[in-house]
Design a protein around this ligand. Structure first.
Ligand code: NAD
Length: 362
């Protein structure tokens, strides 16, 4: 077995790459930063010097052409073309969520990855959180739930982003950034169609924040059978009811924009005689896994227990899993097909809202 460190090309060296991916690729002995790619030359210079990486480019195709790049992590805004090209050049791929902006873009990526025989996975790091793993195990013991509730109103991002040093030079032409965003907006508007294009901002909320929660639900319960109800309740806030095949209802609340000083994301599952709640920590906190709250009988009275996973970092475990899949050929726990399933569900949630031609985002 090849024991050389896996060379990773980092495509998109912004916030999440700087806070989580680069430090872990650097730290884990079986991984090596083989090259950096970003549209910002200043970012490349600063991070290249910091990590001692000579290969720096603003063109990701250049990185993909290098034989010392075995795998890439995609942390750009728009992923689909980068992932397609990475698969075509035979690189293993860890792509940040969302896999793509529409299921039409994501579908071909799933089949291409299968055909190429590479490891391709979506960065749904919450599924690698030790607390989540314990919580799902506990949920399975509870039997058929009466009801499920997934809630994610996030909280202040700035507090936790400020815990880390970031390089963010202002050196990408504004027209380049604007054109990139416009291209995405156009594709989303086309996919949603005239009756639902007004919900484009809400759909993006569902992709950027809520895709984690759709993945968390899928990891515990599979794919829902239907979207029974969905409404916009704020500029970037939605309320939906999903139905699972065995008739179990799931309330889903997702919203950006709270100013909570806490991180407000949890999955609660209600059984006949107990309740299991997985409360996630702020994703930018290291060594802070989700806490599992169990309410059940103790003798003839109630009891509350908190089960805490080992104090690991979900992103670190995600990298260790990716590495293990590359080394052993085992299929990843969060394959591209899951990213596709979540995009389809996000679309179905938006399409379950009343038709509107008006822009309803704030
Ligand atoms: N897993 C998580 O919890 C989590 C958290 C934050 C962000 N994300 C995801 O990570 C991705 C990046 O988010 P971010 O917050 O780091 O954004 P960001 O804007 O800080 O970083 C994106 C970087 O990609 C670069 N870039 C854009 N297009 C490029 C291209 N074509 N080639 C090379 N570089 C390019 C930009 O210059 C920028 O530095 C998004 O998909 C987001 O959804 C995931």
């Amino acid at each position: 077995m090849d024991k050389q460190p896996i060379g990773v090309g980092v495509i998109g060296c912004g916030e999440i790459a700087q806070l989580m991916h680069l430090p872990y690729i650097h730290e884990l002995p079986d991984l090596r930063i083989a090259g950096l790619c970003d549209l910002s030359p200043g970012t490349l210079a600063a991070l290249g010097d910091h990590y001692g990486v000579a290969t720096r480019t603003t063109d990701y195709r250049e990185l993909l052409s290098r034989p010392d790049v075995d795998a890439v992590v995609v942390g750009t805004y728009d992923h689909a073309n980068v992932v397609a090209d990475a698969i075509a050049t035979g690189k293993h791929v860890l792509v940040e969520k969302p896999l793509a902006f529409t299921s039409e873009e994501a579908g071909p990526l799933v089949s291409a990855a299968d055909d190429a025989g590479i490891v391709a996975m979506v960065g749904y790091m919450k599924l690698y959180d030790p607390g989540y793993e314990i919580g799902v195990e506990r949920i399975r013991q509870l039997g058929k739930p009466w009801s499920i509730h997934m809630h994610d109103f996030a909280g202040r991002f700035d507090r936790y982003g400020a815990l880390y040093s970031q390089v963010r030079p202002d050196d990408i032409p504004v027209e380049t950034l604007a054109a990139g965003r416009q291209a995405v907006d156009d594709r989303i508007a086309t996919m949603l169609g005239p009756d639902h294009a007004g919900y484009a901002g809400l759909y993006l909320t569902l992709l950027m924040l809520g895709s984690h929660d759709l993945a968390v639900l899928r990891g515990a319960f599979g794919v829902p059978a239907a979207v029974a109800y969905a409404r916009q309740v704020g500029p970037y806030q939605l309320h939906a009811v999903l139905e699972y095949p065995d008739g179990v209802p799931c309330t889903l609340e997702v919203g950006f924009g709270t100013q909570y000083e806490w991180w407000d994301e949890w999955l609660a599952v209600y059984g006949v005689s107990e309740e299991v709640r997985i409360a996630f920590a702020n994703p930018y906190l290291r060594h802070a896994s989700a806490a599992v709250h169990v309410r059940e009988a103790f003798g003839e009275g109630p009891s509350d227990r908190v089960l805490r996973g080992s104090p690991d970092t979900a992103f670190r475990r995600e990298w260790m899993h990716f590495l293990d899949c590359i080394r052993t050929g085992r299929p990843p726990r969060t394959p591209l097909a899951d990213g596709l399933a979540d995009l389809e569900l996000a679309r179905d949630i938006i399409k379950a809202m009343p038709a509107t031609t008006k822009k309803v985002s704030g």
